[in-house]
Design a protein around this ligand. Structure first.
Ligand code: 2AM
Ligand code: CA
Length: 266
């Protein structure tokens, strides 16, 4: 296996093992007394350090952009984009749906993506031009085209509510016209689920690069499209993402455009 991919997978699995340990040794009394946020930030930080140590041991000159520790700018065109624990609210509530997400870009182009759910032990990964995999088996997006009978997922807005009404319009529409809408709580896993065809499509806005970088590459390598709301490539910058199989992407984009202010779709 390619040495970058092997390093990314090793980092995700080591961090996942640490997160799983805390998940199964969840001292709710201590957490309540010390505060939930302290506990989650301890888990986040420890997992992130494991990932960064694993990467820099193998690639000491690479840049790092990680949720907890920020940017470590090195003199390299390779940049790792890391979310040590995507789905922290789920983790804190003992809801076993969260993941480690690690991506690598070269000159700002996504080249590798790894997402690992340590509880289900599902490992999703992709390398640019080499396809997408779940536990080492090739995966593909679904072929389903129409809203009817489709399953879609999303994330609720949580801090920026300017577009809440537009968001609710989209939700309203998909609720009525699809087989169902899910809000699982981890953007990384939402994208991984699009990639392996469990859901037809996913949309969310105002995310951070580390929430979506790995998942976006895994979707595209699985034959799907991951774009911003204007069908462009600026999703890492805007944080707005729409991911689906190509035909469903078009239908989903059309449906959202009909009920959303043009400025949000731009
Ligand atoms: P996080 O768990 O790493 O914070 C779900 O909508 C997505 O939004 C998740 O990927 C989650 O990543 C991110 N997010 C960030 N802050 C959040 C918050 N306060 N509440 C819910 N999700 C949040
Ligand atoms: Ca996240």
């Amino acid at each position: 296996m390619d040495s970058i991919l092997a390093t990314a997978i090793m980092a995700a699995e080591l961090a996942g093992t640490k997160i799983k340990h805390y998940f199964h040794n969840f001292d709710s009394v201590q957490i309540e007394s010390k505060g939930r946020n302290d506990f989650v930030s301890k888990v986040d930080k420890e997992a992130e350090q494991i990932i960064i140590d694993t990467i820099l041991k193998n690639f000491p000159n690479h840049q790092i952009n990680a949720e907890e520790s920020g940017i470590k700018a090195n003199n390299s065109d390779y940049k790792w984009i890391i979310d040590p624990l995507d789905g922290t609210t789920n983790f804190l509530h003992q809801f076993p749906h969260f993941a480690v997400s690690i991506a690598l870009s070269y000159k700002e182009e996504l080249r590798y993506g790894v997402i690992y759910n340590p509880i289900s032990q599902e490992l999703f990964y992709a390398q640019k031009g080499k396809g997408a995999y779940l536990n080492h088996q090739a995966i593909q997006v679904s072929q389903h085209e129409t809203l009817e009978n489709a399953l879609v997922c999303t994330g609720f807005p949580y801090y920026e509510f300017d577009y809440l009404e537009d968001y609710m319009n989209g939700l309203n529409l998909f609720m009525q016209q699809t087989a169902g809408v899910r809000r699982p709580g981890s953007a990384a896993l939402d994208l991984a689920y699009v990639a392996c065809g469990r859901v037809e499509g996913y949309w969310e806005f105002n995310l951070k690069p580390w929430d979506i970088a790995a998942g976006a590459l895994i979707v595209t390598e699985a034959g799907g499209l991951a774009t911003d709301f204007a069908k462009g490539e600026g999703f890492l910058e805007s944080g707005n993402i729409l991911a689906a199989n190509p035909k469903f992407h078009q239908n989903m984009h059309q449906a959202l455009s009909n009920v959303t202010k043009p400025e949000l779709m731009a």
